[in-house]
Design a protein around this ligand. Structure first.
Ligand SMILES: Nc1ncnc2c1ncn2[C@@H]1O[C@H](COP(=O)(O)OP(=O)(O)OP(=O)(O)O)[C@@H](O)[C@H]1O
Ligand SMILES: [Mg+2]
Length: 322
């Protein structure tokens, strides 16, 4: 079902060492609902990859599968060649950091403290060192603080280091989340709607910020509904529709694909995810209507049984795709 319309057919194959993220056949089911269905996605060194799709397409769920928040029902995720551990703090330690669609900062902590929290996977000082507060601990603390301040400068929030996070305007809270994610020194950064709620000026600055992050050697996978942002920024864009990857390619390819436009507008199109199930439902309903019209006894009963079975199966399938 997945259609790869990448135009760079002639581009040299990526060397194995250049693949930062390799997700294969990732499926995530919640009871009867398949939120992500057999999705393959790679992110290579130096790339900014976009993940777009209508509301409820499964984008955040896919991110959760990449970061150990969810264990995929099927499939495998590798980071730099190694299968991901199943706990999110271990995933962060391995090198994948993220921001959240719904901002998750410690509101009553300062801006600086929030960034320091992000550094904990990188500090080697253990419990005893922290409790005894020996010279090793103080050195490590000073180094962490210096790095956190550097990151605040990088995102333009150094002047607000001592402000409480909850007092920052919304756009700055989103940037602070990025700084906190960067504090874990990741090799891959996942951004879930980084410009949601931002004004055009803030969005523009965030765009520059993401380019700068890429230039620091960090690969980026970004979910966003702002298409201008996505198409300006990304080397490659994958489109999720009803949990399935519909198209993947460069900005031009994706923008020019009629199925992407149709999926966003909610128009039916040939080969759409869930299309076969929808056709089966329609056929079953038509069958049921016909047998209802025939109206009588045993014959209608047996026809009715057949279509009821159909309707039963397809009914579940269509629920999956809601
Ligand atoms: N923990 C969960 N339990 C049950 N269903 C879930 C869970 N998380 C997500 N879903 C469902 O999975 C589907 C995909 O949701 P998801 O949040 O991944 O979409 P999305 O593409 O991120 O949408 P949006 O653009 O609105 O953020 C939705 O139908 C959602 O209701
Ligand atoms: Mg989402």
């Amino acid at each position: 079902m997945t259609t790869d319309t990448t135009t760079k057919d002639t581009a040299p194959a990526t060397a194995p060492g250049d693949v930062v993220l390799d997700a294969r056949g990732v499926t995530m089911r919640f009871g009867g609902l398949t939120a992500v269905r057999s999705v393959d996605l790679t992110v290579n060194k130096g790339e900014i990859v976009g993940l777009i799709g209508p509301n409820g397409a499964g984008k955040t769920t896919f991110f959760n599968c990449l970061t150990g928040l969810y264990i995929p029902t099927e499939g495998e995720v590798r980071y730099k060649g190694t299968v991901l551990p199943s706990k999110s703090f271990k995933v962060t330690a391995a090198g994948i950091a993220r921001t959240f669609q719904n901002i998750r900062l410690f509101g009553n902590m300062t801006v600086l403290e929030n960034v320091l929290v992000g550094r904990h996977t990188r500090t080697k000082e253990g419990l005893w060192s922290a409790l005894l507060r020996g010279p090793g601990f103080h050195r490590a603390e000073a180094a962490s603080k210096a790095r956190a301040m550097e990151l605040l400068e990088f995102i333009g929030l150094e002047a607000k280091a001592e402000h409480l996070a909850r007092n920052l305007p919304y756009g700055e809270q989103r940037k602070l989340e990025i700084a906190r994610a960067l504090a874990s020194e990741p090799g891959l950064l996942l951004l879930d709607e980084p410009t949601a709620g931002m004004n055009p000026q803030e969005t523009r600055t965030t765009e520059e910020l993401v380019f700068a992050i890429r230039d620091m050697g960090i690969a980026v996978l970004v979910i966003e509904h702002d298409m201008r942002f996505i198409f300006n920024l990304c080397d490659r864009v994958a489109v999720l529709v009803q949990g399935e990857k519909l198209v993947e390619g460069d900005s031009e390819t994706v923008q020019g694909d009629e199925r992407v436009v149709a999926a966003y507008l909610g128009e039916p199109f040939e080969g759409a995810p869930g299309d076969e199930e929808a056709a089966e439902v329609a056929a079953a309903e038509a069958g049921a209507a016909r047998s209802g019209a025939a109206g009588s006894g045993a014959a209608a009963g047996s026809a009715g049984t057949g279509s009821a079975e159909n309707a039963g199966t397809t009914g579940d399938a269509s629920k999956e795709n809601d």
